[in-house]
Design a protein around this ligand. Structure first.
Ligand SMILES: Cc1cc2nc3c(=O)[nH]c(=O)nc-3n(C[C@H](O)[C@H](O)[C@H](O)COP(=O)(O)OP(=O)(O)OC[C@H]3O[C@@H](n4cnc5c(N)ncnc54)[C@H](O)[C@@H]3O)c2cc1C
Length: 258
């Protein structure tokens, strides 16, 4: 199986295919798996995990053509000329929101349907929620999020607003991904420019990473530490200011940082 794109979808497919006994080759124009969501360091960690489980990956390379044989793709040709034979190709390279209807109705559209914190579009009688919406983000910039949690939470608030409610939905992103025997959860913002505090060992099978701007927790990554994420989400949601020494001391319970 050739997996094109090692974002969340591609990485999950690669892991499942390996576990199902397939030989997997991945092609990713970025430098690592899930680079956009995990940043360079942890994208590198995940890439190594896939390599160790048998995925052959071509990073920094794109696909220039797919060749068919009898109606089935049999060869994937990379931008560097490498030819990969395949029984099946899985393409997971992201989505474009379907904004045609909204645009035709005259709503403001910019990487999704532009909405306020209640899901209201540029027409006060029309609401939008979920993947298709471009909404005010928790960290100040506008975002278009693609998670169940966001679609559900934003829809709740939009429905309440239609009924006259006053609340808004401006929450940090939270999602998880299961790959091999690793449960990976992310809340908030992971960025290589943020200060990193690691609780646990990257070489082990579980750890928690905190990402801080100054002393404010902006993002949390947990690997096989779901209990830490329950606390981590609260730290991010409250923009908690933490004691750096305590945050980095695994003897200090994460909960005590709240
Ligand atoms: C393979 C895959 C795996 C995923 N795994 C996860 C995960 O593990 N965790 C997670 O949090 N998120 C996951 N996601 C993302 C998650 O599916 C989305 O965030 C969520 O479905 C968004 O819900 P939504 O209602 O906004 O959009 P959708 O679920 O995409 O629903 C939009 C609906 O609108 C319809 N539609 C589009 N245009 C029109 C039109 N003009 N008129 C009428 N109807 C229209 C579409 O056909 C579709 O049925 C995954 C996504 C994919 C593709």
């Amino acid at each position: 199986i050739v997996v094109v794109g090692m974002g969340v979808i591609g990485a999950e497919v690669a892991a499942s295919a390996v576990q199902a006994g397939c030989r997997v080759t991945a092609v990713e124009p970025g430098g690592a798996a899930m680079l956009r969501t995990l940043g360079g360091r942890f994208g590198g960690w995940l890439s190594e995990l896939h390599r160790a489980r048998g995925v052959t990956a071509h990073y920094g390379v794109g696909v220039s053509a797919l060749e068919r044989e009898g109606g089935t793709v049999r060869t994937v040709i990379l931008t560097n000329g490498v030819r990969l034979e395949s029984d099946a190709v899985v393409v997971g390279i992201g989505v474009d929101p379907n904004v045609e209807l909204a645009a035709a109705a005259g709503l403001r559209v910019a990487n999704g349907i532009v909405v306020d914190a209640q899901g209201r579009t540029s027409d006060p009688h029309v609401w939008a929620a979920g993947d298709v919406s471009n909404q005010p983000g928790f960290f100040g910039t506008r975002v278009r999020l693609e998670t169940f949690q966001n679609a559900a939470g934003q829809a709740d608030v939009a429905a309440a607003a239609i009924l006259g409610g006053a609340g808004g939905y401006v929450q940090p992103c939270w999602f998880w991904s299961d790959q091999y025997d690793f449960n990976i959860q992310v809340a908030g913002r992971i960025d290589d420019s943020l200060r990193l505090i690691l609780r646990g060992d990257l070489e082990g099978d579980s750890f928690t990473a905190l990402f801080l701007s100054d002393k404010i927790v902006e993002g949390v990554l947990t690997v096989n530490r779901g209990a830490d994420m329950a606390v981590g989400r609260r730290l991010v949601g409250r923009r908690a200011v933490v004691n750096l020494a305590a945050a980095g001391d695994v003897q200090v319970p994460l909960r005590s940082l709240i």
